[in-house]
Design a protein around this ligand. Structure first.
Ligand code: HPA
Length: 273
């Protein structure tokens, strides 16, 4: 297999043909949350399929483009659509774009996702800032020989989600009247949703929201020395004793509703960096 560092270099070289900026922030827009990309003063929009070594997104409502430009005057690079483990990619492929964002110069990663609400205080379309995570994926993107140029063998996870960024997010949300919960995100492999017994277990473990993404990207961002801020939008309610069948159109509608709040909040946070 070709060396990861060389693959990253190839991808960066390709992106550099279209955009020469140095992003302050890398932004991953999750399922149904692509609306924020419209606010970016786009200087380049590159389909994933054209970028060397990028996988191609198969999930619904994922556009599959790397958008480069300015958001509130700050240079950023955004993934419109992400890759999931359940699509069949391995976690090195899932997280490859984060490596590329890092190599382009981003030292902060903003990550968003659509998630199930396990904490009974959560309502549909609510926003949660992620304060910590539990990884239940059966693989790890950092497994294998470590490339010391990319990061340390044993990255520390005592503060994967930056406390200072969480504080900025909370103060900013308060100032514009957006209710922002704080909680623990648990990553599961999917593609199936969970059983009642599993939701019960996840709640007992200490999880507030559950989703099929985010943790691999965060692990790679931390490995690369980035600061991370993460948000979940609650798209379905996972109360084991009141569970209703989930419908994808409803999930997407709730993602869009919560996404409007994120589209207001995230630019205001980026402006302060
Ligand atoms: N479980 C797992 N992933 C999800 C869910 C859920 O309930 N909702 C949105 N993504």
């Amino acid at each position: 297999m070709q060396n990861l560092s060389i693959q990253i270099e190839d991808a960066v070289k390709y992106v550099r043909q279209f955009w020469q900026g140095t992003p302050k922030v890398g932004l991953i827009l999750g399922t149904g949350l692509g609306g924020l990309a419209e606010q970016i003063d786009q200087q380049a929009s590159i389909p994933y399929s054209e970028i060397p070594h990028f996988p191609v997104s198969t999930a619904p409502s994922h556009a599959g483009r790397l958008v480069c430009g300015l958001l509130r005057g700050k240079p950023i690079v955004a993934m419109e659509g992400r890759f999931h483990y359940y699509e069949g990619y391995d976690l090195k492929q899932v997280t490859f774009p984060v490596r590329v964002m890092r190599a382009l110069g981003a030292d902060v990663l903003f990550v968003t996702n659509a998630a199930g609400g396990i904490n009974p205080q959560l309502d549909l379309a609510d926003l949660v800032v992620i304060e910590d995570h539990i990884n239940l994926l059966p693989d790890n993107p950092l497994r294998g020989v470590n490339d010391d140029r990319l990061g340390p063998r044993w990255p520390d996870l005592c503060e994967p989600y930056s406390k200072s960024l969480i504080q900025i997010a909370r103060t900013t949300a308060l100032s514009v009247g957006i209710h922002l919960h704080k909680g623990v995100f648990v990553a599961v492999s999917g593609p199936n949703l969970e059983t009642r017994a599993e939701y019960r277990m996840l709640k007992q473990m200490g999880a507030d929201v559950v989703g099929m993404s985010t943790v691999p990207e965060v692990l790679v961002a931390i490995h690369g020395g980035m600061k991370v801020l993460g948000f979940s939008v609650v798209t379905d309610i996972c109360l084991p004793d009141h569970l209703e069948p989930v419908e994808v159109p409803k999930i997407l509608a709730n993602a869009a509703k919560g996404g409007e709040k994120l589209a207001k909040l995230i630019p205001l946070i980026i402006e302060q960096l």
